[in-house]
Design a protein around this ligand. Sequence first.
Ligand SMILES: [Zn+2]
Length: 390
Amino acid sequence: MSSLAKRVILFVLIAVLTGAAGQNDKSIPIRIIDGTSYIPLFDLVTVMNLSQTYDPVARRGKIMRKEHQAIYLEDCPRMIIDGQLFTAKKPVIRSSNEILIPAELFDPVADAFFDEYDVTRKSDLYLFQETRSDTTQKPVRTPKKNSARYTAVAAEKIGFIILDAGHGGKDPGAIGKGKLYEKNITLSVVKAVGKIIKQKNPSIKIYYTRSDDTFVELGGRTEFANRKITQESGGVFVSIHVNASIVPKMSGFETYFLSQNPTNEDARSTASLENDVVILENPGRRKSYDDVAYTEALMLTTQIQKESRMLADKIQKSMASSNKEFPSRGVKTADFFVLRGSLMPAALVEIGYITNKKESSRLITNEYQSKIANAVAQGVLSFLSSVGKE
Ligand SMILES: [Zn+2]
């Protein structure tokens, strides 16, 4: 068909459809990049209530609705829709941390997935119109029960919290004067956080990535977390660390959420300090981190990042309001291995500087540790109660 003919048909369709828009109609904006129309996966999944999975290493994802499924690969112009291969001129891309599906690939998805909708492409949006069910022959559609696993976190009740004590075993983390190890401080703070949350909210499950002085690989921590979220719904990941600096007077606490764009040089160096543990891990593991880094395989859906920022905000706010001894260094972003690939809201708290004399002398006391733990727990609880409301 000539493009002119297509345009004429499109024009007629728009004219017909705009006159017949119903209450249950939905629409998804079309993104145009370099002349190609794309549909944002996030909007598609959210608006049309699809389920999805994503493999960050392979950069392969699957969207599902009822008995239908479509598999895509980032940077690949193909999609397997209900077992059938479709090829387009342009690949599925990731742009500003959003996965975009070319319209050419979305059209067959629309055909396969939404049989009770008329899906039409307008100039700047896709319109989903529920077909009128006045004909009695039409089968009754059952509404979808299981919502998307990680796009619906906000609406879902959070059932568990994963508490990650930084470092452990052969990896001491940052070291202060007098055999003061970060790994010991993080473990006791994390245990205290878990205890407080459990007291205030007994129905919530608490998991620890380590509960003693053992070495857990960074990737293993995220894998552990993601395994939980496939078994249970709605989780939060909080990692606790102690900072170090070559500048002895540096002090205070800060909370991070994952981003490839660090807030500033300090944020970058904190991240590289925490990521250093990778050299202690086995070479196979390192290889996969490199792959992950290289392919930007972050589970940064807009939604998870939004919730991670909110989680970090709540924790930092809570710490800042209860701790006047040391400065609040704010909420920051950086690229932490341990936060990568997380399928749930995740934050990393640097509770203070082990290299600051005054702060390290406080960090080792039970009293200060429980003050910090209280603040972190309050922050997490406040995130839990506000999630879904904001
Ligand atoms: Zn650390």
